[in-house]
Design a protein around this ligand. Structure first.
Ligand code: KG4
Ligand code: ZN
Length: 342
């Protein structure tokens, strides 16, 4: 069964062809990061306009690279939510149009389910149950994955996402958008113990996170340093970056370890852009090993938003007989605030 997967929930246009027996045949992606960088964050209206422009060329590219025709497609999967309303509409609209013309069914997919199941597409597959840490610019969640369609939310951020905190702190240090990678590079030269920043909710007794207070602590620190001297020098910035990163890494790692212990799962899977952070990777590797568990980092192209994970999640749901199959004649919907399991 050949599934076209469309992802347009935020600032990446992803189009993929996933075959239930042959696996991933094509994965075309366009990132809008450069376009939004001038504005210091994602501009929803620009995101939608760009998705519209990219979807058809990317679909053609995916078909060509997989050497398949439109008529070979058996179903069209698209991200129904959560995400930016206008952006979701572009993928849902193309899915419905193709469904009408090809007379093929639509499979709406939950974006986070795409992320949660994406490790099952990589070479080394985790065996459920596994704990998944989703850390991106938009989400910070710890979930227990017991099987396809079986997810338990163990904890999540009550305010900013971890990536958002990286981006906002990076912006305060003048590092551009999205600043996570630049901040983590700068942190390599800094002293993580120079500024004892708060470890929000480290001992909250649950698996939730909060990062907005940490960002405020960075604001205060930057202001304080600036009042003491006119300009922050490179070492000042590096020390603040390292201190901030150490706080985020410590809280994320501690909660993941608690989740592993509480659930008895032996594997932790990390998805989302912040999963690329070298310090987080190192800490998770050493700390999970110490409790006889293992951590897996799917390849970067599967960690960030992509169409492959949408086609893949749809295929797994279809095989398990739990796909929410829709007829394009009935129109389509989007669910910008769709809770997982809701
Ligand atoms: O999953 P992702 O690519 O996209 C969405 O959020 O949709 O995640 C992007 C986020 C951004 O906030 C970016 O700053 C952060 O991941 N990020 C990092 C690193 N690489 C990307 N944060 C910390 N360290 C990194 N090396
Ligand atoms: Zn995502």
């Amino acid at each position: 069964m050949l599934i076209l997967g469309l992802e347009t929930s935020c600032d990446e246009t992803g189009v993929a062809l996933f075959d239930s027996s042959e696996g991933l045949l094509a994965d075309a992606l366009h990132s809008q990061v450069a376009m939004h960088a001038d504005y210091g964050g994602v501009v929803p209206e620009l995101a939608s306009r760009d998705h519209i422009r990219r979807l058809i060329p990317l679909t053609q590219y995916a078909l060509q690279s997989a050497q398949r025709k439109l008529s070979d497609i058996d179903a069209i999967a698209f991200t129904e939510g959560p995400g930016l309303g206008g952006a979701l509409l572009t993928g849902a609209g193309l899915a419905a149009g193709l469904g009408l013309v090809l007379r093929k069914p639509l499979i709406p997919v939950h974006h986070l389910e795409g992320h949660l199941l994406s490790p099952l597409m990589s070479g080394e597959r985790p065996a459920p149950p596994y704990v998944a840490l989703l850390v991106s610019g938009g989400h910070t969640q710890i979930m227990l994955v017991s099987g396809v369609g079986q997810y338990e939310l163990l904890g999540e951020t009550i305010d900013d996402a971890a990536g958002e905190a990286f981006d906002k702190s990076a912006s305060l240090l003048g590092l551009g958008y999205p600043g996570g990678p630049a901040l983590s590079r700068l942190a390599e030269r800094g002293n993580p113990d120079r500024h004892p920043l708060p470890r929000p909710m480290l001992r909250s007794g649950d698996l939730n996170f909060s990062f907005s207070g940490l960002k405020t602590a960075v604001v205060t620190l930057v202001r304080q340093r600036r009042s003491e001297r006119e300009h922050l020098d490179e070492q000042d910035k590096a020390d603040i970056a390292a201190s901030f990163q150490a706080a985020v890494v410590e809280v994320l790692t501690a909660k993941c370890l608690i989740a592993l212990k509480e659930t008895g799962a032996k594997t932790l899977v990390v998805a989302g852009g912040v999963g690329a952070n070298a310090s987080l990777r190192y800490r998770l590797r050493t700390d999970t090993k110490a409790i006889d568990c293992k951590v897996m980092f799917p390849p970067p192209n599967l960690c960030t938003d992509n169409g492959a994970m949408i086609g893949h999640a749809a295929a797994l749901r279809w095989e398990a007989g739990i796909a929410n199959i829709r007829n394009a004649d009935d129109g389509f919907d989007i669910r910008p605030n769709w809770p997982l399991g809701g």
